[in-house]
Design a binder for this molecule. Structure first.
Ligand SMILES: C[S@@+](CC[C@H](N)C(=O)[O-])C[C@H]1O[C@@H](n2cnc3c(N)ncnc32)[C@H](O)[C@@H]1O
Length: 324
């Protein structure tokens, strides 16, 4: 079967996606079902809260979460814009994870193309399968998951500018397969328990309270469903992660005048800790390393002895919710 025939077969009309969403939508505050009152308004059947959809994005962010994340988002916008992550050119986003050779983040995207390749091998698709892209940013990965045949809900707290859920518009205008967008915090998911086949946290797990997020993700996955954590910097040794963060914070201070970036996570993951947290949450976990064989040995060999601090690695953690 050709690629375009496969896409035709997995294509999900946008109105079907919208209708299907009502059956999985839950109040992020009280967990009761939501009713679609009009095409842009969901109402909670339990507590009566109203969730509108503005500019194509469902607004599920609870007031306490909005207040909690405000100063993180202010700092995050400043850093992302200053570091050249935001682009005005639609074609840049449509190519991701491919970027031009002279892109300031070309090295990062080279690695991300490899982790993306591993992710694609773990997809279990049937036409009814729902996926959450958590901390979706500009929705580049949501777009690929939708093209692969999932019904996708992209969630993020950030809705300002091209580098946020708002930027997801670029894909929705172009793509054969659409997806839905919602402003929400990963700790308070706007979907029912047991309805997700896949949850992906890509380049975002190091920003969050890991145990709270693992619990909410475990609850919304169906038995046999998978959580994939990818593209977060991982260290064997906590001290190496702290050292990296100190360097980052010194740069943010000198470059942007920021005294702190009030992030809820540590800014990195520690290998043993994340594996233990996944197991505690109830997942069966496997690890997948994106480096080519021998690459790590070569990297150590070529690095001057003065730089022999541990380098971050970027494994994928695949957590499966047991069948019973
Ligand atoms: C580096 S970006 C990654 C974006 C995208 N997933 C990717 O692969 O390029 C991290 C994203 O995580 C989001 N984020 C941070 N904390 C979050 C939380 N508690 N709930 C939801 N999103 C969060 C940020 O707003 C940001 O868009």
């Amino acid at each position: 079967m050709t690629r375009s025939q496969l896409r035709m077969q997995t294509q999900i009309p946008q109105d079907e996606l919208e209708r299907a969403f009502e059956s999985i939508a839950a109040c992020p505050a009280c967990r009761a079902a939501l009713s679609l009152e009009s095409s842009d308004r969901l109402t909670c059947r339990g507590c009566g809260r109203i969730y509108p959809r503005n500019e194509g994005i469902w607004r599920f962010l609870l007031p306490d979460d909005a207040a909690r994340h405000r100063s993180f988002l202010d700092a995050y916008h400043q850093i992302r814009q200053g570091d050249g992550w935001e682009h005005q050119d639609n074609s840049y986003y449509l190519m991701l994870p491919n970027v031009p050779d002279d892109d300031p983040h070309a090295d990062i995207w080279r690695l991300r193309r490899r982790t993306f390749g591993i992710l694609m091998k773990h997809l279990m698709i049937d036409r009814q399968a729902w996926a959450l892209d958590l901390g979706a940013g500009n929705c580049w990965l949501s777009h690929h998951l939708a093209l692969a045949g999932y019904r996708v809900l992209a969630l993020d707290i950030n809705v300002e500018g091209q580098d946020s859920l708002s930027g997801g518009r670029v894909y929705l205008e172009k793509a054969e397969n659409g997806f839905l967008r919602g402003q929400a915090s990963m700790e308070h998911l706007p979907v029912h328990d047991g309805c997700m086949t896949l949850c992906v946290v890509s380049a975002a797990c190091h920003y969050v309270n890991v145990s709270a997020v693992l619990k909410s993700v475990f609850d919304v996955l169906r038995p046999g469903g998978k959580l994939i954590i990818m593209d977060s910097p991982v260290y064997r040794d906590n001290a190496s992660g702290m050292q990296m963060m100190q360097k980052q914070l010194a740069r943010f201070k000198s470059q942007y005048g920021l005294d702190e970036v009030p992030v809820e996570g540590t800014g990195y993951l520690v290998f043993d800790e994340i594996v233990a947290a996944l197991n505690r949450a109830g997942f069966r976990t496997t690890i997948h390393w994106p480096e080519r064989p021998g690459a790590l040995f070569l990297r150590r060999l070529l690095r001057p002895t003065s730089m022999h601090r541990e380098q971050a690695r970027f494994p994928l953690f695949v957590g499966t919710k047991p069948l019973s």
